[in-house]
Unconditional design. Structure first.
Lengths: 265, 265
C-alpha cells in the first residue's frame, strides 16, 4: 500500500457514510417539506418504523430468499466447476454441450422463469432460475483457468510421468483457483438475482414467501414502506454475499496470488 | 574428479543424426550428433534460436525428434530414462500456490514416494542448495536467485543420473550468477551427476563445463567442440586466470565460426 493510500484509508470508510447520511437527511427533508404521502414515497423514518414492526415477517422472508440463493449458488458453483472439468477432460463433450451452456446464459432469465414455473414445483423452479443465471460465469472462468497453466510446469509434470488425475489435481485446479474464485464472486450476486426474478414471476401466483414475493405483494397492497424495507434487505444481502465471497477469495489467495498481494505489501 | 575425458567410457546418452522440423516448416535441428559420458559436465553453447533448447527437450523426452534417435546406455526404455532425469528451466517454474517444501517434493509425490522417505529427501535437497531454513516460505517471498535454487533442489530431489539445465541463470544478475555457478560446481562434484548445461554465455560455459559443444544455427547442429582441460575445483582464481581467458578466447572464436557458418541471427 502506498503512503497516499494509507493516508486515505479513513477517508475511504468515512466518505461513503457521509454521503449516505446526507442522502437520507435530504430524502427525509424533501418528504416532510413537500408533504409527500407515504404511498408515494415513504420517509426514511417510516421505513425504519416498518422494520421495527414487520421484522419478523421480513426476516422469515429473507431467510427463504437467502436459502434459495445459497442453494442455487452451491449448485452453480459445483455444477459450473464440474462441467468445466468435464469439458477440459473431453473435447467431445465440450463441443457437444458448450453451445447450449451459452444459450442458457444469453436467454433472459425473466422470460424463462414463467415457463419454468409451469413445469416445475415452485421451489424447484426458483432454484433452477438461480442456478441458470449463476452457473455460466463459474463455467466460463473455470474453463479459462484450467487452460491457463504454465507451459513449463505442464512439461515438468509430463517429465515425471504425472497421471491425468495428478495433473488435474496438482496443476490445473490450483492454477485455475483464482479464476474459479472470480467466477464465484460474480455467481454470488447473480444467484440472488435469479432467485428474486423467479420469486417475482411466481409472486403473482401467490405461493411464495420470499423477500421478492413480499415486494410484489406489498406493491399490490400499496404498502410502499414495506417495499422499501424489503428492498433494503435485498441490497444488504447482496452486499453481504459479495463481501463474504471476497473474503474467501482473499483468504485462499493471500499467500501466493498477485491479486491478493496488492492489499498487504 | 569425474572421468570426463576418458574416451573408453560408454556414453550415458547419445543423439544420433537427430533432426527436428516444426509444422510451420522451421528446421530447428538437423544431423545433430552428440554423446555425453557419465559424470561429464557438458555445455551447449550457441546463439539464441540455434535449437539448443530443442535439443535439450528432445533428450528429456518432452519433444519427439523428427529424425534420428536418442540412445540411452544399457537400453533403458523411454519411461525409465525419464525417471532419472532432472530438468531446470529458464525460469524457476515453481508452483506459486505451494510452499518451497511442497515444490521440491513434487517429483516425489508424482512418483508416489511414501511421505516419510519424501520428507528426508526433500530436506536433503534443500540443504544442498542452502535453503534448509526456507521450506515453509512461498516462492514469491524469495529472491530470483533463491527461486532458482529451489528449482535446482527440485531437479536434484530424485537424485537423477543426468541433470538438464536450460539457461537457468540467464535472467539473474552477475553476482548471483557467479555464486550459483560456484554452488552448481560444488553440487556436481558432490553428487557426480551428469550435467548438460545450455547457455549463450561463453564465459559461463567455459567456467563450468569440461566440454563445450558449440552449436551453429539454421538448422541447429554441433559445429565444434572445445575441450576445457582446466582442473576442478574452479573458483575465483580460475575466473581471473590467464588460462580461463585463453579458453574463453578459443570458445569465442569457435562461436564466431559457428555463427558465420550458420548465418546471422
Amino acid at each position: 500500500m502506498s503512503a497516499r493510500e494509507r493516508r486515505d484509508r479513513p477517508l475511504r470508510v468515512v466518505m461513503p457514510i457521509v454521503v449516505l447520511a446526507l442522502g437520507i437527511a435530504a430524502w427525509q427533508a424533501v418528504v416532510q417539506y413537500k408533504n409527500i404521502p407515504p404511498y408515494v414515497l415513504p420517509a426514511p423514518d417510516l421505513i425504519a418504523q416498518t422494520f421495527a414492526t414487520d421484522w419478523e415477517l421480513l426476516l422469515r422472508s429473507l431467510l427463504v430468499t437467502v436459502i434459495t440463493t445459497v442453494e442455487g449458488f452451491l449448485l452453480a458453483a459445483f455444477g459450473g466447476v464440474f462441467l468445466a472439468i468435464l469439458f477440459n477432460q473431453s473435447r467431445f463433450l465440450e463441443y457437444s454441450l458448450y453451445p447450449y451452456a451459452v444459450v442458457l446464459q444469453v436467454t433472459p432469465i425473466v422470460a424463462v422463469a414463467p415457463l419454468l414455473l409451469i413445469y416445475l414445483p415452485q421451489h424447484a423452479a426458483v432454484l433452477v432460475c438461480a442456478w441458470i443465471v449463476a452457473f455460466f460465469p463459474v463455467l466460463a472462468n473455470t474453463t479459462l483457468g484450467l487452460r491457463s497453466v504454465d507451459r513449463n510446469l505442464a512439461d515438468l509434470f509430463a517429465l515425471y510421468g504425472a497421471s491425468r488425475w495428478q495433473i488435474l489435481r496438482r496443476l490445473k485446479l490450483p492454477s485455475a483457483l483464482p479464476y474459479i474464485l472470480g467466477g464465484l464472486r460474480i455467481a454470488g450476486g447473480l444467484s440472488l438475482i435469479g432467485a428474486v426474478v423467479a420469486e417475482i414471476a411466481a409472486g403473482s401466483a401467490g405461493a411464495g414467501s420470499g423477500l421478492a414475493y413480499r415486494i410484489a405483494e406489498s406493491g399490490y397492497r400499496l404498502n410502499i414502506p414495506r417495499m422499501f424495507a424489503a428492498l433494503l434487505l435485498l441490497s444488504l444481502t447482496g452486499i453481504a454475499i459479495f463481501y463474504l465471497l471476497s473474503l474467501i477469495n482473499y483468504l485462499a489467495l493471500r499467500r501466493w496470488h498477485e491479486s491478493a498481494l496488492a492489499q498487504e505489501s | 574428479m569425474p572421468p570426463a575425458t576418458a574416451t573408453e567410457h560408454p556414453s550415458l546418452v547419445a543423439l544420433r543424426g537427430v533432426g527436428k522440423s516444426f509444422p510451420n516448416g522451421v528446421r530447428a535441428l538437423a544431423g545433430l550428433d552428440l554423446a555425453v559420458r557419465p559424470g561429464e559436465f557438458v555445455a551447449l553453447l550457441g546463439p539464441s534460436g540455434c535449437g539448443k533448447s530443442t535439443a535439450l527437450r528432445i533428450i528429456a523426452g518432452l519433444t519427439e525428434p523428427s529424425e534420428g534417435v536418442v540412445e540411452w546406455d544399457n537400453a533403458t526404455t523411454v519411461g525409465e530414462s525419464k525417471s532419472r532425469l532432472g530438468f531446470v528451466f529458464q525460469e524457476p517454474t515453481l508452483m506459486p500456490w505451494a510452499s518451497v517444501f511442497d515444490n521440491v517434493a513434487l517429483p516425489l509425490k508424482l512418483k508416489r514416494v511414501r511421505a516419510a522417505a519424501r520428507i528426508e529427501q526433500v530436506e536433503t535437497a534443500l540443504d544442498r542448495v542452502g535453503l534448509g531454513a526456507f521450506g515453509r516460505a512461498y516462492p514469491r517471498e524469495l529472491s530470483g536467485g533463491m527461486r532458482m535454487r529451489v528449482s535446482i533442489a527440485r531437479a536434484l530431489v530424485t537424485e537423477p543420473q543426468i541433470l538438464l539445465m536450460d539457461e537457468p541463470f540467464a535472467a539473474l544478475d552477475e553476482i548471483t550468477r557467479f555464486k550459483l555457478n560456484d554452488d552448481l560446481l560444488q553440487t556436481w562434484d558432490a553428487l557426480r551427476t551428469t550435467i548438460i548445461f545450455v547457455t549463450h554465455s561463453v564465459f559461463e560455459s567455459v567456467y563450468l563445463a569440461n566440454r563445450v559443444l558449440v552449436m551453429a544455427a539454421r538448422p541447429g547442429r554441433i559445429s565444434t567442440e572445445v575441450a576445457i582441460d582446466a582442473s576442478y575445483p574452479r573458483g575465483r582464481s580460475f575466473r581471473t586466470s590467464a588460462e580461463y581467458a585463453a579458453l574463453c578466447r578459443r570458445a569465442s572464436e569457435a562461436l564466431a565460426v559457428a555463427m558465420a557458418v550458420g548465418g546471422q541471427s
